[in-house]
Design a protein around this ligand. Structure first.
Ligand code: PRX
Length: 648
């Protein structure tokens, strides 16, 4: 079951550009090897040294306690505060007046906050929470648009020792309610609305429905952004702008144990209710601090933009905690990538002088489809480093990103990690690693990554298997909120005693990792186990195809058959000739075995708000059964309706 055949072949290699390498934090392969060796052979020495770079309120006594496997404890005895790590430590020196956040709203309004200003705002926000009775140990749900107050709310919770549970602003009231109830949240921070695709997306009505009848919620704190009418429950609902002037801008950070809860973040499993992933304070900060520093090679004059929403782990780790712990200048944008025009992202890069840019493959494919003329209108010459995250990037999209956005001058860091891992796990180091399009390359420091079968045997090069991590790492999840058994069953039981990420992958002869997607997405055609991602990559390499999703469908003859859902470029005629052309293309790229039995054309694919294709839904559609699973994360229900209708 664990062996997966890999059919993707990619021979291109891109060494770090000399210009980049000259000024990179890490540029010597020998230095990298030595550090990596130490991080694996003596992780306690390595992580202890890194952790001491952070400002502790009380030094830790022990680096790692792994005696109660798989429940790790890092930096025990130590005390620190995450908001002090992100803010207070920068106030003593020159960073105090450097820009922490450069924010732009969708309508084009701009706000800049220096570290000093952000610190004052966070203290005020923290005092507002305190004035409403929020205390250390409480959980607070945050349901907000991408405005600076979202980052402030997160840091204000951390400052007073309350855990945040950020729920992405695109989730439905029901999804929000489930998460508030599961986490036992006592307060909700929201806004009247946010700007999305040129209109106001109201948030307060969703919150009203979500908290209705939940006794634990005593406060709904509302930030004013869009000034739309909101319903009001006196006693429970309070305006932030009315309370903020009444509290002081001085709020000492609460000393927290390294293993105190920092936040919950829910992630949907393939089945059943969402899992509240538990992250604690010390290890999470150490992991996000170090990865940000080395993967994005950040320096004081960089302008760094991660396009994710703070509602996802990428936003937690690489908009808020990692970059601010490093004293970086972070760009934050409220709106849609293509509003009001298809070049909006590139306009923002030019306007704010972005030097490091981190986005998702799905966004890159969208821009590819929109055409090169849009980035060409904007000055992207300040960019020096590009990154991707969220799914495997198909080599065509990688090459486009490299050529059109990076002008063949910027290294690309393809970073593989998860909500559960807290920080980047597989990644190139941009001054050291030669990249290969489509590979997240090699493990980060301290990451003992391996491709295993279920018995725990390491598989030979190029054989697909289970993507596992054999040693604990500081930013690892500490559990699933309220469900230890599910934690052990989900992550530590497929290969007993080893963390299994749920992904299939292979490692090539150079030790580079190639993620092949979730193992649930593997298709077994006549006994051959193929990765859906690789068949998708073959389809997308055809010039007429924009996006493709491939799923398994039951088949009498072959056990499972491949069903493909495909979107094509504008003006392409959709007919049987195109169907056979694409089938032929896959057969040539991979082999006859991988030729889809069925190809359906669609305007768009059903995706979660974070851009992941909802394969579970497509599987049901392909199999002709009605969908019963959780669809609370789907971005556009009309897409689903169309796909279903198409079938009738
Ligand atoms: O399947 C992998 C895919 O996204 C999953 C984690 O999703 P999530 O917890 O939402 O976190 C996304 C942001 C870190 C992984 O199990 N994934 C993420 N990054 C990559 C990836 N697959 C291939 N290559 C990547 N760079």
């Amino acid at each position: 079951m664990s062996e997966i055949e890999s059919v993707l072949h990619e021979d291109r290699r891109f060494p770090p550009p000399a210009e980049f390498q000259r000024q990179a934090r890490l540029s010597s392969p020998a230095e990298y090897e030595a550090l990596y060796r130490e991080s694996i052979d003596d992780p306690e020495a390595f992580w202890g040294r890194v952790a001491r770079e952070l400002p502790w309120m009380k030094p830790f006594e022990r680096v790692l306690d792994w005696s109660n496997k798989p429940f790790a404890r890092w930096f025990t005895g130590g005390k620190l505060n995450a908001s002090a790590v992100c803010l207070d430590q920068h106030l003593a020196g020159a960073r105090a007046d450097a820009r922490a956040i450069v924010w732009e709203g969708e309508p084009g309004d701009v706000r800049t906050l220096t570290y000093r200003e952000l610190h004052a705002e966070v203290c005020r926000f923290a005092n507002v929470l305190k004035s409403r009775g929020v205390q250390k140990g409480d959980r607070v749900a945050i349901y907000m648009p991408m405005i600076p107050e979202l980052a402030m709310a997160v840091l204000a919770c951390a400052r007073i020792g309350a855990a945040h549970s950020v729920v992405f602003g695109g989730f439905s009231a029901q999804a929000l309610r489930d998460r508030i109830e599961d986490g036992g949240c006592s307060a909700v921070i929201t806004a009247d609305g946010g700007w999305r695709r040129g209109s106001v997306l109201a948030l307060k009505p969703e919150v009203d429905t979500a908290v209705d009848g939940i006794p634990s919620v005593h406060t709904v704190l509302v930030v004013r952004r869009t000034e739309n009418e909101v319903a009001w429950t006196p006693g429970r609902d309070v305006w932030y702008h009315e309370l903020a002037p009444k509290v002081s801008a001085d709020c000492p950070p609460e000393p927290m144990e390294a293993e105190d809860l920092l936040f919950l973040l829910y992630t949907s499993g393939s089945t059943g209710k969402p899992k509240g992933i538990v992250h604690t304070t010390g290890g999470y900060l150490v992991g996000t601090y170090l990865t940000t520093r080395y993967v994005f090679d950040l320096r004081d004059d960089d302008v760094y933009w991660c396009t994710a929403d703070v509602g996802w782990i990428t936003g937690h780790s690489y908009i808020v905690y990692g970059p601010l712990a490093n004293g970086a200048t972070v760009v934050m944008y409220e709106g849609a990538p293509t509003t009001p025009h298809p070049g909006r992202f590139w306009e923002l890069c030019a306007k704010h002088g972005v030097t490091v840019f981190y986005t998702a493959p799905t966004a890159i494919r969208t821009f590819m489809r929109l055409g090169e003329e849009h980035p060409a209108k904007h000055d992207l010459s300040k960019l020096r480093l590009l990154g991707t995250v969220g799914e495997a990037i198909n080599p065509e999209a990688w090459m486009w990103y490299h050529r059109v956005i990076g002008a063949e001058r910027c290294p690309i860091v393809d970073t593989w990690w998860q909500t559960e891992t807290g920080a980047i796990m597989l990644t190139p180091l941009p001054g050291v690693t030669a990249t290969k399009p489509g590979s997240a390359t090699r493990p980060f420091f301290g990451v003992d990554a391996a491709i295993l079968d279920e018995r725990g045997n390491e598989l030979p090069a190029n054989q697909g298997g289970l993507m596992c991590i054999r040693k604990p790492w500081p930013s690892m999840l500490r559990g699933i909120w309220g469900d230890d058994k599910r934690f052990v069953d989900t992550y530590w039981s497929t290969v007993p005693g080893v963390y299994f990420a749920g992904d299939g992958a292979r490692r090539d002869e150079d030790g580079y990792f190639w993620i092949m997607g979730r193992v649930d997405d593997v298709i077994n055609v006549s006994g051959h186990r193929l990765s859906t991602m690789e068949v998708e990559s073959a389809l997308v390499s055809h010039p007429k195809v924009c996006e493709a999703a491939v799923v398994a469908r039951p088949d009498d003859l072959t056990g499972q058959a491949i069903a493909a859902f495909v979107t094509v470029g504008g003006g392409v005629a959709i007919d049987d000739a195109l169907r056979s052309e694409l089938g032929e293309h896959v057969a040539t790229e991979i082999g006859k075995l991988a030729r889809p039995k069925e190809i359906r054309f669609t305007d768009a694919l059903p995706k979660t708000r974070s851009g992941k294709i909802m394969r579970r839904l497509l599987r049901d559609i392909a199999a002709g059964v009605e969908t019963v699973g959780d669809t609370s994360t789907i971005e556009d229900y009309s897409v689903l309706a169309k796909l279903r209708g198409d079938e009738a």
